[in-house]
Design a protein around this ligand. Structure first.
Ligand code: FE2
Length: 285
């Protein structure tokens, strides 16, 4: 029998894979790899970051998406974007872009070289349920200053991007997977605990330091998947730990994926490619 009141143990600890994406951007990928294709409802997780502009300046020129939501969270530097909804702007350190591709969007994501050349951030793809895959696209930009930060006890700082923590609510809302997205910083030796029930898939991405994640010791960079239980417990080791804690409701639907399109059937992928060929890809602008 499964004890659902238990602390959720890590069932899988994944070392990111180095990949080249877009027009030549070097990044570390932990979901959408041979080792982990899909962590329902999460389709992809990338950590991009470099002090060398050569690693990222080529960026992601205009490309389509359908059937998913993408979340970009900047840690350093900035990315300029434009899309087929008419949005354009720059997201910088601490800002978030949450894009619902729905039935179809075209966009461009171009990193900008900062004063010290450092650019770093994360991109997560969240699946959309079948009934929302062809919905109108939407774009939410959340500036760093509007993201609430909790400091429930000395040595713990938590930015609440989506979901709830310590009575604070994240500004990213109305996302189909009902996600929690926290950015947590722990001082050395400090223990962090929060409730995330078993019916939500949950993972942590450790991007600095090391610590004990539900019984498994990990050093950055690492993606850790939590098993059954009701709460998450993480204890930072000697140099502290910084990690994202992300959870969402699994869809339990079949997926058919092809690059930037994620649908339920191969037939729908063929339709996306046909729409692209025939210039009918964008249904809403
Ligand atoms: Fe994209």
């Amino acid at each position: 029998m499964i004890n659902k009141d238990a602390i959720r143990k890590v069932t899988n600890s994944i070392e990111p894979t180095q990949v080249m994406e877009g027009a030549g951007v070097r990044l570390r990928r932990s979901i959408a790899t041979r080792q982990l294709d899909y962590l329902d409802p999460f389709l992809l997780f990338d950590h991009f970051g470099s002090h060398d502009p050569e690693d990222y300046m080529a960026g992601f020129p205009m490309h389509p998406h359908r059937g998913i939501e993408t979340v970009t969270y900047m840690q350093a530097g900035s990315v300029r974007h434009t899309d087929s909804l008419g949005n354009s702007g720059v997201i910088s350190t601490g800002d978030i872009q949450w894009m619902t591709a729905g039935g179809g969007i075209m966009h461009e994501e171009m990193p900008q070289q900062g004063a010290d050349g450092h650019m770093e951030g994360f991109q997560l793809w969240v699946n959309l349920p079948a009934k929302l895959k062809m919905s109108p696209p939407r774009y939410q930009e959340i500036l760093a200053g509007t993201i609430p930060e909790a400091a429930p006890q000395p040595g713990i700082r938590v930015k609440v991007i989506a979901g709830e923590y310590a009575g604070l609510h994240g500004p990213v809302t109305e996302i189909a997977a009902d996600p929690t997205y926290l950015d947590v910083a722990l001082e050395p030796g400090v223990t962090f605990t929060t409730v995330i029930t078993s019916d939500h898939t949950a993972f942590a991405y450790l991007y600095f330091g090391d610590g004990d994640f539900g019984g498994v010791f990990a050093s950055s960079p690492r993606l850790l998947i939590f098993g059954e239980g009701n709460s998450i417990q993480i204890k930072a080791d000697k140099i502290g730990a910084k990690f994202l804690l992300i959870s969402g409701k699994p869809l339990g639907e079949p997926i058919a994926r092809y690059g930037p399109f994620v649908m339920n059937t191969q037939q729908e992928i063929m339709e996306a490619l046909k729409d692209l060929r025939e210039g009918t890809f964008i249904k809403h602008s």
